[in-house]
Design a protein around this ligand. Structure first.
Ligand SMILES: Cc1cc2nc3c(=O)[nH]c(=O)nc-3n(C[C@H](O)[C@H](O)[C@H](O)COP(=O)(O)OP(=O)(O)OC[C@H]3O[C@@H](n4cnc5c(N)ncnc54)[C@H](O)[C@@H]3O)c2cc1C
Ligand SMILES: *[C@@H]1O[C@H](CO)[C@@H](O)[C@H](O)[C@H]1NC(C)=O
Length: 599
């Protein structure tokens, strides 16, 4: 939300720069503190990397190094306050990527946020937590050729990764969530802890309307379709991330070193002939700074995320040979799927002006009110800021006969998986470029396409490992994606016309939404205003045939290297994606332990 950031960033930085970063356990910052060899070197202390580091270092006989480009999460209160997630893009915890010019967005380039801090993107994301529909995992099993990825097989890893906790206000949530759909792992998941007036309108409208707007009691029960309460990675009013759940609690393990502020610049082949053996990691702290090498005695776990992972592979000579040759990088392995198959969810803010004053628009307008709300969070972890904006959400199938589906196979994973999503926000949420009006009350309905068919790429712009790669998600690049987004706009309009809204809120379409009266104008509105949900996957895709990694997540064509992060996803989940990242990480940790006869 750029305008929220502009208004409040300097205020927040002034408040929170005062929190000092202490020395925590084995977190190291200097290359001189490294050993020359570890059993496992984990590249990226992000969502997946944190989980794998915890599980592997459970065995005290195993030595583990985590290398993270960004800073420590501990001590940064901005990361802890759920509501402030929307203010983090463009700050010190973001890689500050931008897409290439997107033809589906009328030539616009848009910001592409990725976490640059321990916990990675789970430290900066908007917290929604979904494990993925049963269909999704069964499709992964089919695409990977391994029943080990089916829902029945991965359910234990879901239950090992997260658990349901009470909302921040501790109220009774009977009927709003199904406790038996949840596990007992370290990531804390809860429903909103500060209920808002629109929540009941949304949920009760779903119960009244039924049909395509049916109520869903628990999105983590296997079927994602319907409207229900948001579930987020929040416990006791604080963000629960890969870092807070998995890594911070084990900083004091003596067999675990966590090196921060350091980038992996490439992987080095130690085999003199035959199959490349990628067991050496090269590190640096600045573009021109000294390079230091560390060896992985057992294997390297590459968890640098959807952008970092293909970038590191390409810098190492693993990728599309034509692209590597053009940059003068010696080719170790030619595989055109490295950096390909990038998929992401496009997002559009649909604004409605409302009559009710029960929205939080003024919190964004009035820095005193904003400061008081921060103060309330700090005093006892209550109030608006215990939640990420958006307490209710829905997932939808396209209507039968939708023009989006004409002539193509349905891209969703099955009957329990959606095509589109709507998120209901109790104010003018400045996603995209439209600034918050100076007066008035609003409801924002964020619409997204969650089974997109567009695919894009991540390619090197330079051989400098500190240079940003070229990121082309190809947003709204297919007929399906634009038609599905137009249907999602219709759904937002239809749902906001439901009877319960007419009592106090009386929503009226606002701004460009109001003038987008035809399907063509709606498509133009989508191309001019869409941004992203930040759910990229697929740039090192797992596949039975082709792809980049096999069903055990080992890089095909080399030895010694496993990839564990969202880049291995064979297809994009039709929901929010971090839950699936934790499941992948938990299963990967078991695969690694088995491969090396570790307990
Ligand atoms: C703004 C935003 C909002 C989001 N909202 C949601 C949401 O509400 N719900 C949801 O489920 N998902 C959400 N996501 C997506 C979700 O957070 C990510 O899909 C998930 O965290 C990715 O995990 P990962 O392990 O693949 O990568 P990451 O968590 O990004 O980890 C990669 C790590 O590798 C590090 N790294 C990269 N390159 C190097 C290098 N060369 N050397 C050393 N380290 C390196 C990075 O700094 C980072 O810490 C959001 C993401 C963003 C950015
Ligand atoms: C992103 O920009 C912020 C603000 O300028 C900066 O502090 C941060 O270091 C940048 N991130 C990277 C990876 O350079």
């Amino acid at each position: 939300m750029p305008s929220m950031r502009n208004t409040y960033l300097s205020f927040l930085l002034a408040v929170f720069a005062l929190f000092p970063l202490g020395v925590f356990g084995r977190v190291i910052t200097s290359l001189s503190q490294l050993q020359t060899q570890y059993d496992f070197v984990i590249i990226g202390g992000g969502t997946a990397g944190s989980a794998v580091a915890n599980r592997l270092s459970e065995n005290a006989d195993v030595s583990v190094l985590v290398v993270e480009a960004g800073d420590n999460n501990v001590g940064n209160t901005n990361l802890e306050i759920p509501f402030l997630g929307v203010t983090l893009p463009g700050t010190s915890v973001d890689w500050n990527f931008t897409t290439t010019a997107q033809s589906g967005l009328n030539g616009r380039s848009i910001p592409y946020t990725r976490g640059f801090v321990l916990g990675g993107s789970s430290s900066v994301n908007l917290l929604t937590y979904h494990r993925g529909s049963d269909d999704l995992w069964n499709r992964w099993a089919q695409l990977s050729g391994d029943q080990g990825w089916s829902w029945n097989s991965v359910e234990k890893y879901y239950r090992k990764s997260s658990r349901l906790v009470p909302p921040a206000d501790g109220r009774d949530v009977t009927g709003l969530v199904n406790p038996s759909a949840h596990g007992n792992g370290p990531v804390e998941v809860s429903v909103p802890g500060f209920p808002l007036p629109i929540d009941d309108i949304v949920l009760n409208s779903a119960k009244q309307l039924g049909g395509r707007f049916n109520f869903n009691q628990d999105f983590n029960g296997g079927n994602i379709i319907g409207i229900g309460y948001m579930q987020s990675a929040i416990g006791e009013g604080e963000r629960s991330s890969g870092a807070t759940a998995y890594l911070n609690p084990v900083f004091d393990r003596s067999n675990l070193d966590v090196l921060i502020n350091t980038r992996v610049t490439k992987l080095v082949n130690s085999a003199t002939s035959g199959t490349p053996h990628m067991n050496i990691v090269e590190l640096a702290q600045s573009s021109g700074g000294p390079r230091v090498r560390v060896t992985a005695g057992k294997e390297i776990v590459l968890s640098a995320g959807v952008i970092g992972t293909p970038q590191i592979l390409q810098l190492s000579g693993i990728g599309n040979a034509n692209d590597l040759n053009a940059l003068g990088i010696p080719v170790i392995l030619n595989n055109a799927d490295v950096g390909a198959n990038l998929a992401d969810h496009p997002l559009l803010a649909n604004y409605f002006q409302v009559q009710s004053t029960g929205t939080w628009d003024d919190v964004l307008r009035d820095s005193n009110l904003f400061g008081q709300t921060i103060g309330q969070w700090q005093a006892d972890k209550t109030g608006l800021f215990v939640d990420s904006p958006g307490n209710t959400v829905g997932f939808f199938k396209l209507p039968a006969g939708s023009p989006a589906l004409s002539g193509i196979q349905d891209p969703s994973s099955g009957p329990k998986s959606a095509h589109t999503e709507l998120i209901f926000v109790d104010a003018f949420a400045p996603f995209g470029s439209v600034p918050q009006p100076a007066t008035g009350n609003f409801v924002t309905v964020l619409s997204a396409v969650v089974s997109p068919t567009s695919r894009g790429t991540v390619k090197l712009a330079s051989t400098d490992p500190f240079a940003k790669p070229l990121i082309n998600p190809n947003f709204l690049g297919t007929n399906f994606d634009i038609k599905a987004m137009v249907q999602a706009i219709h759904d937002a309009l239809d749902f906001m016309a439901a009877p319960l809204w007419q009592q106090d809120f009386k929503p009226v379409p606002f701004g460009d939404l109001a003038s987008a009266t035809t399907d063509d104008l709606k498509a133009t509105f989508a191309r001019e205003q869409s941004v992203n949900v930040n759910h990229p996957v697929g740039t090192a895709r797992m596949s039975a045939n082709g792809g980049v990694v096999d069903a055990n997540l080992l890089l095909k064509g080399v030895s010694g290297l496993r990839i564990v992060d969202a880049s291995i996803f064979p297809v994009i989940p039709e929901c929010h994606v971090q839950g699936a990242v934790y499941i992948v990480a938990e299963r990967a940790a078991d695969l690694i332990k088995t491969a090396h006869n570790l307990s």
